[in-house]
Design a protein around this ligand. Structure first.
Ligand SMILES: [Zn+2]
Length: 209
């Protein structure tokens, strides 16, 4: 029995967040993102149940600075709250939206697409920014999942929001920090780590699993 099997005795799902071209070498390339893909492939072999997520925006999405003629990393007061504005990224039908060719997790059963509606963003794989559920919680519950492990891009945004919603929904949740890559703008990594800790999300390194 591996350590992982011991530690994750409860039924566990691995959630691999947004390993997509734009976040690796594209318009929103995150430092270190290309280095985590092969280790994620290896790690995923330990899990029977793997869910992938994919940021999946229509053109002129609300989260794009260009949509509002505002600077990137500015903040928009959206109907659902504070929306950080990004470079155009993960546009449906374009190269940048595709999952990386290096991602090799053929046994992943489900891909959750996020931010599909023009006027709502979704960092979380569970709940969109306006409170609409994605259905992932129901999927995992029907399969008896009690624990989730989250890895991917970016640690301080989509990984963190997914992990925090998992914790709020009652899952035991672990984020593997060195299988994730952070944007870390204006202290966003420390802030996200603090918020995750406050919700009981475990932040661990791969060697400690
Ligand atoms: Zn996005």
């Amino acid at each position: 029995m591996t350590n992982t099997a011991k530690q994750f005795a409860k039924k566990t799902a691995l959630i691999v967040v947004d390993v997509q071209n734009d976040f690796i070498t594209g318009t929103m390339a995150v430092a270190g993102a290309s280095d985590i893909i092969k280790p994620i492939n290896e790690f995923a072999k330990r899990f029977e149940l793997v869910v992938l997520t994919q940021d999946y925006h229509p053109p002129k999405h609300i989260s794009f600075a260009s949509t509002h003629d505002l600077p990137e990393l500015g903040v928009l007061d959206a109907p659902y709250g504070r929306q950080v504005l990004w470079a155009d990224h993960c546009v449906q039908g374009e190269w940048g939206v595709k999952l990386s060719d290096e991602l090799a997790i053929n046994h992943a059963r489900l891909i959750i697409r996020k931010g599909c509606r023009a006027d709502v963003d979704s960092y979380s794989a569970f709940i969109e920014a306006d409170g609409t559920p994605t259905g992932l919680d129901g999927y995992l519950r029907q399969l008896g999942v009690e624990q989730v492990v989250v890895v991917g891009i970016a640690t301080d945004f989509c990984v963190a929001w997914t992990a925090m919603d998992a914790a709020r929904l009652g899952y035991e949740c672990t984020v593997v920090t060195d299988l994730s890559a952070a944007i870390d703008v204006d202290g966003s990594y420390q802030a996200a780590a603090h918020q995750m800790n406050a919700l009981g999300v475990r932040l661990v390194e791969l060697k400690d699993i």
